[in-house]
Design a protein around this ligand. Structure first.
Ligand code: 4NP
Length: 160
């Protein structure tokens, strides 16, 4: 079982959408049974909440399934997950700090956009204070990045 965790700040916009996009790619590749996928936030602002309405609307538009309640990243996540993908450098710093505090390795914590095959930046922009077109843009970024991530994992784990 390959364990993949997506991390953003609030866990209501970018990381649950990334989780839904990645799951869709796993379904298309008939790989769902090989993976455990989750998402969480570095902050505790929205713990227990459903994804943002605009995240849900984006999922509806692209026929993505999404069942998620926001949670905060824990030290155990650093040991449990094989691949931890963060949305921006703030998230990277926060997760690395958490790892450092508990003496855990953080080499498996990476910017998701490292896997974007057509990047215009190294981060996924935060759409929280934006509008539906910002969510649309985030969807396209996540779609490319999640495809690159899946390709990378299939190569490195020799599956598929
Ligand atoms: P996310 O977006 O990190 O992509 O879930 C945000 C959600 C909430 C807040 C900021 C970003 N907030 O400040 O409450």
């Amino acid at each position: 079982m390959i364990k993949v965790l997506f991390v953003c700040l609030g866990n209501i916009c970018r990381s649950p959408l990334a989780q839904a996009v990645f799951m869709q790619k796993l379904k298309e590749a008939d790989m769902v049974d090989h993976f455990h996928v989750d998402s969480c936030g570095t902050s505790g602002y929205h713990i227990g909440e459903e994804p943002d309405d605009r995240t849900i609307e984006t999922c509806r538009q692209y026929s993505l399934q999404l069942q998620h309640r926001a949670r905060q990243v824990t030290p155990l996540d650093l040991r449990t997950y094989d691949h931890i993908l963060v949305m921006d450098r703030h998230n990277l710093e926060d997760v690395r700090q958490l790892a450092g505090k508990y003496g855990y390795d953080h080499r498996h914590v990476r910017l998701l956009r490292e896997f974007d095959f057509n990047p215009d930046a190294d981060y996924v922009p935060d759409p929280y204070y934006g509008n539906m077109s910002d969510f649309e843009q985030v969807y396209h970024i996540l779609n490319r990045s999640c495809q690159g991530l899946l390709d990378h994992i299939m190569e490195t784990h020799s599956i598929g």
